[in-house]
Write a protein that binds this ligand. Structure first.
Ligand code: PMP
Length: 458
């Protein structure tokens, strides 16, 4: 959507508040491709005219290098479950590293204590291996599923993101003309450099469409090693599973001898202490965790039932990594889980998020701007659309991404921060309270008349 004059006004005002970010970005572009270190921070995914440069944070607030303080719903894209700089976690990491160092290439006692704590929190998992990033954990889960079943194909869904490894870097947001029929999509590599032959190992289905999954299993069920899904689709805005859908995926995979893998990199330790699997009451064979698990420190986990994890135990499957379960990661998980398992934590988190979602709905409705606020308390998105969004094709066809951008611009100027892309999420941390929700809604009250005026001009 073209908004030339309004965007020029925004650019001037934004530049007026953030001159140092602009200068730093110019300098960064000389040495870092795109001026950043991950695609989600680039201009072309929405950080126009340049990303803000962070100077720090405290609880629910992020500070930029120009002295602005934002109520933060970006939250590092999920890891800051406890808000910025959670003192207990940071102290625990510093103290443990002082005592134990960082890596040993040997086992140590803390990692099994943390594993027990993890498994107490996620009772649907029976064993766990720690690693460093979500992409690593998902890559391992997929290969392990193939090793365990002796089968080749992976069934996964259009619009989901499972990290950047070749085996899964497909069909995240394919252009519809490349993606084929909506009810039987083709595998589309998410970027160049991915071997085309891997398309043949993938079956892509639309999400929340049991019939498509039924058809895939009827056609080639004997060849399907695993079905991989985000239990809540958080990589196309936020789309909840239809009631009974995850149970259906459990049942059909079991019926065909395929493994069910939940990619809980976002939902793990966010929806509930036991992840989406606990929240929805579905036990996958394998699941992957990252983000919220480490309270802001880099760590990930591959968890599963013993019949599958046994392959790692007996050496048939090699799960390796120099930095797996390093001291920094284990100390962070140890302290984070202590905080997350305090009774009432998730009730409060959900209550705060639901209050914000309700406030957003009320205010947009009163302003006569049609939006769909979709998600659960701890993670959601405001879709600028006239109808609920249930899949990537819905998102592509019905979401008004330019309108979302206008909303983002007016909120960031009022010190409320989230990702500028309609297809990302807003995150809540345990540091967010009713008070912060009220402040956010007050900012929205200031923004809405201008958002409305700007949208009327388009
Ligand atoms: N799976 C999901 C569901 C994710 O959202 C992400 C990252 N956003 C990944 C995997 C990859 O995780 P990482 O960025 O830690 O490699």
């Amino acid at each position: 959507m073209a908004l030339p004059e309004q965007t020029a006004t925004f650019d001037r005002t934004f530049a007026g508040r953030t001159p140092r970010s602009r200068d730093l970005f110019k300098q960064a572009e000389v040495v870092l491709p795109g001026g950043v270190n991950s695609t989600a921070r680039t201009r072309h995914v929405g950080w126009e005219p340049y990303p803000l440069f962070a100077a720090g944070g405290e609880g629910p607030y992020l500070f930029d290098v120009d002295g602005n303080t934002y109520l933060d719903y970006l939250l590092g894209l999920g890891p800051l479950m406890l808000g910025h700089r959670p003192a207990a976690v940071i102290e625990a990491v510093i103290e443990t590293v002082r005592k134990l160092g960082t890596v040993h290439a040997l086992p140590y006692e803390l990692e099994q204590q943390v594993a027990r704590k993890f498994l107490d929190a996620v009772p649907t998992a029976e064993a766990v291996r720690f690693t460093n990033t979500g992409s690593e954990a998902v890559g391992s889960a997929v290969r392990l599923a193939r090793a365990a079943t002796g089968r080749r194909k992976l069934l996964r869904f259009e619009g989901h993101y499972h990290g950047w490894q070749d085996t899964v870097y497909w069909s995240n947001k394919p252009r519809p003309e490349l993606g084929g029929p909506p009810d039987a999509p083709r595998a589309v590599a998410a970027g160049p450099g991915v071997p085309r032959e891997l398309a043949d190992t993938l079956i892509i289905c639309p999400w929340n469409d049991p019939d498509a999954v039924e058809r895939a299993f009827a056609r080639e069920g004997d060849d399907i090693a695993a079905l991989l899904t985000e239990p809540v689709m958080c990589n196309t805005g936020c789309i909840l599973p239809a009631p009974g859908y995850l149970q259906f995926l459990r049942e059909i995979t079991r019926r065909h001898g395929a493994l069910l893998i939940f990619d809980e990199v976002i939902t793990g330790f966010r929806l509930a202490l036991g992840g989406a699997q606990g929240y929805y009451g579905v036990q996958p064979d394998l699941s992957t965790f990252a983000k919220a698990l480490g309270g802001g420190f880099p760590v990930a986990a591959l968890a599963g039932t013993w019949p599958v994890m046994e392959l790692i135990a007996d050496g048939r499957y090699s799960h390796s990594g120099t930095y797996n379960a390093n001291v920094i990661a284990m100390a962070a998980v140890n302290a984070t889980l202590d905080l997350l398992r305090v009774p009432g934590t998730y009730d409060r988190l959900h209550a705060v998020g639901e209050r914000l979602m309700a406030g957003l709905r009320e205010r947009f409705a009163a302003a006569g701007i049609p939006v769909q606020v979709q998600g659960v308390g701890p993670v959601f998105q405001v879709w600028f659309a006239d109808r609920p969004i249930g899949s990537w094709r819905d998102a592509d066809a019905f979401a008004r991404t330019g309108s979302f951008r206008v909303f983002w611009e007016e909120m960031v100027l009022r010190d409320v921060l989230f990702h500028p892309n309609q297809f990302e999420n807003l995150f809540i941390s345990t540091a967010h309270t009713e008070k912060h929700v009220e402040a956010t809604l007050a900012a929205l009250d200031g923004a809405l008349p201008i958002v409305k005026r700007r949208l009327a001009m388009t």
